[in-house]
Structure formats: structure tokens, C-alpha cells
Design a protein around this ligand. Structure first.
Ligand code: SAM
Ligand code: SF4
Length: 361
């Protein structure tokens, strides 16, 4: 089928999505133009910030793709102090970011639960309830998610990584801690509690093709997610998946495929929030801006104190590791204007999809 015919369809199926993901040249241009048009019509031209604080790289898990996995002894482990985290929150508040994301390795313990709960209350207090908070702290018990929700977190990001259980098993150890079913249940729990729920996948993993990526998009649609953050997989030499680097698409193709995933998702789920992943910027200095042009509407500027950034190395060549938050902000402002976008300073920029999904009739 011609690309125009697919783009004109009311409902896209797996084959349609595969065609979109395989589009090149003129077809790709049409895909991108269509996604941009839908974004402007449905969510507008505003881009919202989520100041990202990667406050610790200590992790209890061993995902085969991730540079900060527990078994990587070459990592210098750090844990930003609570005072420094609050300092970052103050920075986000004073610079009108609107929202904050707290992200770290995955830890499950009563002490960790208490710590996050306390931090959430303090962040709400210092920002007079004005700073929105997203958490990205992995799989936790229902009670833990509930306590954090009560303490003020209202969005949660938990990537499914791949919606294909067999592939998931290839990328993770086979034990209870890395169980696909638990990941899925966690996502369902988050949604039931009332979080704006976000998920996402890595794009260009070894053994993954456009059929599975099309299914990932359909999974997001079927799960009815409110937000998505997805980006290219980038190999890290101190991880088990590195041995399959020869199976990978060239890095520019992974980048290109990621943009097509974002564009196809915008067409499939018109009113959700889509983040431009930092990994895009690791490949192309203008990666995030290019993502905004083809459908993304959220950017997560890194506001982790500069000296810790080198150590949150999920993959190699992570961008902006030597910049202080203030410098990042100045360059982002100009860059977003270059995409014809506008930054929604001081606003939460909640998912319109979530607002509609939860509106009382
Ligand atoms: N530990 C939490 C979790 O796994 O949900 C949050 C932090 S984790 C570092 C955030 C995301 O980083 C993961 O969901 C994964 O998709 C991404 N990530 C890890 N290693 C990566 C790699 N080599 N390339 C690209 N993204 C990667
Ligand atoms: Fe830990 Fe998250 Fe990395 Fe997995 S992806 S090893 S849970 S930080």
C-alpha cells in the first residue's frame, strides 16, 4: 500500500506500522510531516520540561544492556545527598521548569521508600506545591507506589523495554527480579493508583526488528498509556549485550528508526505526551530537537549536579556530562525556538490523554 493511503487510514494495524517504520526518502518525509501536523493540532507547539535528576547509579538489578547494572564493577557508584537533590529541585522551581523527574537505579527497601517519600514532601514544600514530580524508580510493591503517590508524585515512567516476552528474556537474567510479568503488573498497578503512566522501549536492540517495534507501538495503544519515553539502544562495553554489537543496525539507522517510531506513535496516539529521549542526543547533537519536530513534546534537561553525570553512564558517549544545569537551559531555549516550538515555562504540561481519560462525565 502507498504511504499516503496508510497515513489516511482511521486505524493502523501491524502491517501499516511496519510500513511506516520502513519508510525512506519521500515516504519518510510524508510520515514526519503528518506526525508534526497531528502534534500541532492535538497538543500544540509547546514543549514542556522535566528537569531530570539522576540521583543515584546504585542498582540492585542486572539488565544485560545497562552500563550501571549491579555486576559492572567498573562503575564508580554515587548517591547524591538529599540536600543536593533538594537543591536541584530548587533550581528547577526557580527556573520555571514546571516539573522534575527523580530517576535512579532500582532499589527496593524500607529505607529507600522512606527516603523518597520524605523527599517528595520536601520538594512539594519548597515549591509551594507548584513543581510536578515524575518518578522513574523501577518496579516496586503496590504499597510503595501508593505511598509515593500520596506524598505528591503524580507521574511514573516505567519502560516495558520490549513488549515481547521472549525478547525481554533475552535482555534480562531469568529470575524473579527481572520477570516480564512483574514489569507488566507494575505498570497496571501504577495506572490503577492514578499515576499518569508512562512506558517506552529501546529501539534497535539486537534481535529486534520492525515487526516487534510495530507490536511495541500497538502495546502502548492497547495499554492506553499517557506518556511515552523511548529512544535508541546504545551499546556499553561493560555489559553482556555488547557481544552482539555486530548484529546491530548502524547507529545512524537506529537514530532514524527512533524518529520514525516517535512519528508513528504520534499518529497512533494523538494526544499523549512523548518525550525526546536523551539517548537521541548522544547520537546527534540536535537529536532531541529533531524528535520534537516529528512528534515529541517533552524534553528532560539533565539537572543532576555536574560532577555526578559521568557516572550515570547507561551507555557510552552520554551527552552534556560536563555542563552545569544553567548552561543546558540557555542552549535549550534557543534550540527549541529553532524547531518553531515554544517552551511551556512554569507549567506542568500534563498528558492531555490522561486528562481526557480521567475526566468525570
Ligand atoms: N532503574 C530504573 C528502570 O530501569 O526503570 C530507571 C533508570 S533506567 C537507567 C532508565 C532507562 O534507561 C531504562 O528503562 C532503559 O530503557 C534505559 N537504558 C538502559 N541502558 C540503556 C542503553 N544501553 N541504551 C539506551 N537506553 C538504556
Ligand atoms: Fe538498573 Fe534500570 Fe539499569 Fe536495569 S535499566 S540495570 S534496573 S538502572
Amino acid at each position: 500500500m502507498e504511504i499516503e493511503a496508510i497515513l489516511g487510514k482511521e486505524k493502523l494495524d501491524r502491517n501499516d506500522l511496519m510500513m511506516l517504520l520502513q519508510a525512506t526518502d519521500e515516504d519518510k518525509k510524508l510520515l514526519f510531516q503528518r506526525a508534526e501536523k497531528i502534534k500541532l493540532a492535538e497538543v500544540g507547539k509547546k514543549v514542556h520540561f522535566r528537569g531530570l535528576v539522576e540521583f543515584s547509579n546504585i542498582c540492585g538489578k542486572d539488565c544485560y544492556y545497562c552500563g550501571i547494572r549491579k555486576s559492572n564493577r567498573a562503575v564508580h557508584r554515587y548517591d547524591v545527598t538529599d540536600e543536593q537533590i533538594l537543591e536541584s529541585a530548587r533550581f528547577a522551581y526557580e527556573h520555571d521548569y514546571g516539573s522534575l523527574v527523580l530517576q535512579s537505579g532500582e532499589l527496593e527497601s524500607p529505607a529507600f521508600t522512606d527516603r523518597i517519600e520524605k523527599l517528595l514532601r520536601s520538594i512539594k514544600q519548597i515549591s509551594h506545591g507548584e513543581l510536578g514530580v515524575t518518578l522513574s524508580l523501577g518496579e516496586q510493591k503496590k504499597e510503595v507506589y501508593e505511598r509515593w503517590y500520596e506524598a505528591g508524585a503524580h507521574r511514573y515512567l516505567l519502560r516495558i523495554e520490549t513488549s515481547n516476552p521472549e525478547l525481554y528474556r533475552l535482555y534480562h537474567p531469568s529470575d524473579k527480579l527481572h520477570d516480564f510479568a512483574r514489569r507488566l503488573t507494575s505498570l497496571q498497578t501504577l495506572k490503577r493508583i492514578g499515576y499518569q503512566t508512562g512506558t517506552g522501549v529501546m529501539i534497535g536492540l539486537p534481535f529486534q526488528d520492525t515487526l516487534q517495534l510495530a507490536d511495541d507501538l500497538l502495546f502502548m495503544k492497547q495499554f492506553d498509556v499517557d506518556m511515552v519515553g523511548m529512544g535508541p539502544y546504545i551499546e556499553h562495553r561493560h555489559t553482556p549485550l555488547f557481544q552482539y554489537r555486530h548484529e546491530l543496525l548502524p547507529i545512524r539507522e537506529r537514530f532514524d528508526l527512533s524518529l520514525k517510531m516517535i512519528a508513528a506513535l504520534r499518529i497512533l496516539m494523538k494526544d499523549i505526551n512523548i518525550a525526546a529521549a536523551t539517548a537521541l542526543q548522544a547520537i546527534d547533537p540536535l537529536g532531541r530537537e529533531k524528535a520534537v519536530k516529528v512528534g515529541a513534546n517533552i524534553i528532560m534537561p539533565n539537572i543532576t549536579p555536574g560532577k555526578y553525570r559521568n557516572d550515570y553512564a547507561l551507555y557510552e558517549n552520554k551527552p552534556c556530562v560536563d555542563e552545569e544545569p544553567e548552561e543546558c537551559l540557555n542552549c535549550l531555549d534557543v534550540r527549541i525556538q529553532l524547531t518553531d516550538g515554544e517552551i511551556g515555562y512554569g507549567e506542568w504540561g500534563d498528558s492531555k490523554h490522561f486528562q481526557k481519560r480521567t475526566a468525570v462525565m
